[in-house]
Structure formats: C-alpha cells, structure tokens
Design a protein around this ligand. Sequence first.
Ligand SMILES: Cc1ncc(COP(=O)(O)OP(=O)(O)O)c(N)n1
Ligand SMILES: Cc1ncsc1CCOP(=O)(O)O
Ligand SMILES: [Mg+2]
Length: 208
Amino acid sequence: MNTLRGLYAITDSQLLEGGKLLPYVEAALQGGARLLQYRDKSTDAARRFDEASALAELCARHGATLIINDDLELAARLGVGLHLGQGDGSLSAARQRLGDDPVIGATCHAQLELAERAVAEGASYIAFGRFFNSNTKPGAPAATPELLDQAAMRFALPVVAIGGVTLDNAPGLIARGASLVAVIHALFGADSAAEVERRARAFSALFT
Ligand SMILES: Cc1ncc(COP(=O)(O)OP(=O)(O)O)c(N)n1
Ligand SMILES: Cc1ncsc1CCOP(=O)(O)O
Ligand SMILES: [Mg+2]
C-alpha cells in the first residue's frame, strides 16, 4: 500500500494540551490518518522525546508513519521521518543523516522552484500551502489550488496540501492532485476524541 496518500494529521500543542495528545492522536489514527506529524515548538527536550516516543508507538500499532517537525536530532534518535521548512536546515544533510528509508518532507510554500530543489535533495514529499485561511498559521504564504495541477504534472513525488484544509474544501485539493491533505484545526479542534475519529474517517474516505 502507498502510505503517502490520505490524511496527514499534524499535532498542535495548544489544541491538544491537558492530556489530549495521545487519545486524540489515537482517534485520528483509528479514523485512518496515514501520516502523523509531531509539531511542538517548545524547547523542553525531555518532554518532546517522551511525547514523540509515545506517538511512535501509537503510529507503529496503527501502521502509520511518524514525522517530526523541524528537529533532525529527535527524528534521528527515534529513527522516524522529518519535515523541514525553508529555515529548518539542509534537506540533503538530513537525508544523509537519516538514510534512505525515513520519509522526509519539505515546505515549498507556493513555489515550484523550491520543490525542484527539494526533489534534488532527496525529499519524499513536497508540501504546498497555505491554501486557505489558517487559524494555526495565519501568516503562512498563500498558494492557489491551481498550483497543485502544475506540481502534480511536474513532479513524480507525492504532493501535500496544507493550510486551512477542511472537510468542505479538501475534495477540490485532492481533485487537483494532492496525495495528502495535512490538517490541524479541522481535525484536532474537535471537542472529543470520538469527534476526531469521525472527522479522520471522513477525511480518509475522500481518498477512496
Ligand atoms: C506537511 C507540512 N507542510 C508544511 C509545514 C510547514 O513547515 P514550516 O514552514 O517549517 O513551518 P512550521 O510548521 O515549522 O511552523 C509543515 N509543518 N508540515
Ligand atoms: C504548519 C502550517 N504551514 C502552513 S499552514 C500551516 C498550519 C496548518 O494548520 P491548519 O490546518 O489549522 O490551518
Ligand atoms: Mg518548520
């Protein structure tokens, strides 16, 4: 099975505070999320290691792929994937350090040239966006859905769409060639784990 297709769930420290991280992530995985990104901007290395380790175990149990945001050292310690933005360090150095297997993703904003470079440096997927208004990252550079047509035509790698993705607008992104939709608020902004699972199932069903 191609694991780089479907719902890409991304954690959020604020939305998942107060003991929600593991139950809400488990619900997302139960609902079919194929990739999970641990995105935590804090500097508490011990807590980050403990949380990421617990997420690695959950992902392994559900056959999903764990990706660490920004932090090559943590990804290397756990032997899992990594997502790098434009200011997060060298993708080719990360590929060299992690080896051929782990998934490494690259933020390409709205620029096909950034994707060209990411592909050459060993990326496993290229991520574009934000496509819509994002509560989580309102300042992210804007991309238009038409960009996905061009990216899907030009690159053989899976294309990720991120930024303000909801159950209503995701079908349009998938129809234009997104292999994965990366979602924070429309997934983890739910008020129960059961609702997270329901939303994850609904996102996942868009890919069948
Ligand atoms: C799948 C995916 N796409 C884009 C991003 C954004 O990465 P970046 O630009 O480095 O911003 P931060 O997430 O680090 O704030 C992402 N995390 N995941
Ligand atoms: C990390 C990131 N990069 C571009 S938009 C974004 C946030 C996505 O979160 P949401 O799904 O809540 O808009
Ligand atoms: Mg980053």
